[in-house]
Design a protein around this ligand. Sequence first.
Ligand code: BDR
Ligand code: CA
Length: 307
Amino acid sequence: PLPLIIDCDPGIDDAVMLMMALGSPRFDVRAITTVAGNVPLRLTSRNARMMGELMGRPDIPVFAGCPRPMLRPPVTAEDFHGESGIYGIDVFEPKAPLQPSHAVDALIRLLKAAPHKGMTLVVTGPMTNLACALVMAPEIAAHIREIVIMGGADTEGGNITPFAEFNIFADPHAAAIVLETGLPATILSLDATHQVRATQARIDRLAQIPGPRAAMMASLLTAANNLETRARPGTKVPMHDPSTIAWLLAPEMFETVNARVTVTTRPGKEFGRTKVRPMKTGPHRWVTKANADAFFARIEDILRIAP
Ligand code: BDR
Ligand code: CA
């Protein structure tokens, strides 16, 4: 199995992503780190532990990270995730406590202990934790195999401003630090995730799979759709964060271009915008196409393995 650290801000789609990562035998999730994003840090940290417990993996350590972005004022997204962050399931206080150390310290320690290019990072929230870790201990870069990021938008335009996607907008300075390292990163932006939507037919198929986890995923996606429809009538919710795990499971479901991606940190209407410059030797892989049916077939596979 692929050793993985997941940095997230659950979030309904982060929760679906965690269900995929923890439910698949293909991953060895070493730690979950949390950040303020969709909801404040206290809630993203509780939600991550809750998902560990619901997936039968309370043993995976959860480390709370940065309670706010680097420079800009905090922004949250309760409209799309509910006040609890995971509208669609009944929240509870998980048994496993948070780890005592800070997520940034944990990232540094775990990466230093990993072999050269030995650790994959999945980042599905604002990139504050990873940026801090790279500033504090740049030598950790050598231990990273790939960073798989959900964030950004190019041809699709933004989802929080006309240009910016939420995760990048919520901490553009952190995103700029991470991308400027030139570390190999695969970026699943709105250009890709808007191609994979939880239609009713797809949710119904998942709901037919026996077991509590399929029911839970169907409930999460239904809740996400209800919130999505309120904000954008007629649209079905895109599979943002789950696309990171889908990429690691089956990259052949996607098409990519090599690029160098930069972030606009200058205040103004393009604040938080990602700019994609395609280039043969660019450090970033920008995902341009996704096969939605194949994507959902993978989710079904996982739910059948771990009902
Ligand atoms: C991203 O923003 C968050 O609201 C979601 O969890 C996802 O990570 C999509 O723009
Ligand atoms: Ca997220």
